[in-house]
Write a protein that binds this ligand. Structure first.
Ligand code: NAD
Length: 422
């Protein structure tokens, strides 16, 4: 069978390679492997938008549902210039494994629109989002496919999707999206959830390595939703953040960056960047990734750690806030070091976990407190961390192979037990 539609993407090939490696190791039935390697449903849409200057531009949007076996599919919507179908399909596949690792009743999905959100006005973004929602209406629904924010999208984007969908069906349907503003039925703590989950995992790894958080140092790539909250949470537990980078550059302070001041500085910068923060010196992205530190957190995008720079990492813990930041070639190099890898499908699962809390509250019209949300998030993250860690130890596997094994096995078992229709 040909998968050419997706296989042109290096990110999709990477996700398939991970799946094949685990499938061979656990001796998975070939038919099931083929089903897991093929996204269930993919839609490509054209999105014509009237721009502020009255011209019309057509954007391309994607929604890929990797699996609907375990429940509604769940996954973010990404606005970025490089988005293409293979990348979206890979991210959807990773979402399936992530939901399975966390025992959430979801399959994986992902969406994206190829655009640069930094170059669009708020009105253009709203028209783009509403028209995209209209175009994918036939395959989304609170029991079918539920979107959430990802790179380049936020609470406001989710509010527009919620409104457009509700107008179409004739009543308010907050459970169509998660990561909405709290005033619209969003969950307290959802915005912070991914970064908080990253730091819960880091704390467990530090404890195992017998390093106190106050003696640890950190370097973070990405200063958006995941990166900023990770910096804040690291600062809260007394870990020095030495360097941070984003798409505009990277900065360093050997004494530790003043995280609260840096967040204030970036908040008023039109690009939301921390570049130029007083008291820091500019460094290159290569220098950032290779900086000696206790914890390196890639929290920007996929494939930033590859065969060329993997050997240069000088961290003790690699905590993958982003999806797919490490290529399989880089993994092979890192496996020969003593770097403690917390793989993406585990490390950044806090986001989808609190999304699940939001969906459950919307359906049942409940309101959880901040304390309830964070305690439950912590409990589920620690449970997943130790399930993965125990499997890695007992089977002498890397943390990535252990995490993927748990996720893939669960989805495969559900497919086997449900059988094949008709
Ligand atoms: P975001 O759009 O809020 O932030 C992205 C950050 O990455 C920005 O600071 C941007 O400047 C930076 N960036 C972009 N291109 C870069 C480049 N080439 N080099 C360095 N930095 C670059 O996105 P986000 O929601 O924080 O997502 C970041 C990553 O985390 C993505 O891989 C996403 O899939 C993953 N993730 C996000 C969530 C979530 O809840 N938002 C959940 C799980 C995983």
């Amino acid at each position: 069978m040909s998968l050419n539609l997706f296989e042109t993407s290096p990110v999709f090939r990477m996700a398939c390679e991970q799946l094949r490696t685990v499938a061979e190791r656990i001796n998975l039935d070939k038919g099931i492997v083929e089903r897991l390697m093929t996204p269930k449903r993919s839609l490509v849409v054209s999105i014509p938008v009237r721009m502020d200057d009255q011209s019309i531009r057509v954007f391309i949007g994607y929604r890929v549902q990797h699996s609907l076996t375990s429940g509604a599919s769940k996954g973010g919507l990404r606005y970025a210039p490089h988005v293409e179908i293979g990348e979206v399909a890979a991210l959807a596949m990773w979402m399936s494994w992530k939901c399975a690792i966390m025992n959430l009743p979801y399959g994986g999905a992902k969406g994206g629109i190829a655009c640069d959100p930094a170059l669009l006005s708020i009105g253009e973004k709203e028209r783009l989002t509403r028209r995209f929602t209209e175009e994918v209406l036939s395959i989304i629904g609170p029991r079918t496919d539920v979107m959430a924010p990802d790179m380049g999208t936020d609470e406001q984007t989710m509010a527009w999707i919620y409104d457009t969908y509700s107008m179409k069906i004739g009543h308010a349907c907050p459970e169509i999206v998660t990561g909405k503003p709290v005033e619209l039925g969003g969950c307290v703590g959802r915005r912070e959830a991914t970064g908080r989950g990253v730091v819960y995992c880091i704390r467990e790894a530090l404890a195992e390595l017998q390093i106190s958080p106050t003696q640890a140092t950190a370097v973070v790539q990405g200063f958006g939703n995941v990166g900023t909250v990770t910096c804040e949470e690291l600062h809260r537990i007394g870990t020095k953040v030495l360097a941070v980078g984003d798409r505009y550059g990277a900065i360093h302070n050997p004494e530790g960056l003043d995280v609260p001041l840096m967040l204030e500085y970036a908040a008023v910068n039109p690009k939301k960047s921390m570049v130029g923060f007083p008291g820091s010196e500019a460094i290159t992205m290569e220098e950032l990734l290779a900086m000696p530190c206790t914890v390196l957190v890639p929290a920007a995008m996929e494939r930033v750690i590859d065969k060329d720079n993997a050997g240069k990492l000088r961290c003790r813990i690699l905590a993958e806030g982003a999806n797919g930041p490490t290529t399989p070639e880089a993994d092979a190099i890192i496996d020969d070091t003593d770097i403690f890898v917390i793989p993406d499908v585990l490390c950044n699962a806090g986001g989808v976990t609190v999304s699940y809390f939001e969906w459950v509250q919307d359906i049942q019209q409940l309101m959880w407190s901040d304390v309830q949300v964070n305690e439950k998030l912590r409990e589920l993250m620690l449970g997943a961390f130790h399930r993965v860690r125990n499997l890695a130890k007992s089977e002498n596997m890397t943390m990535r192979t252990a995490a993927l094994t748990l996720g893939i096995k669960k989805v495969a078992l559900e497919k086997q037990k449900r059988g094949l229709f008709p």
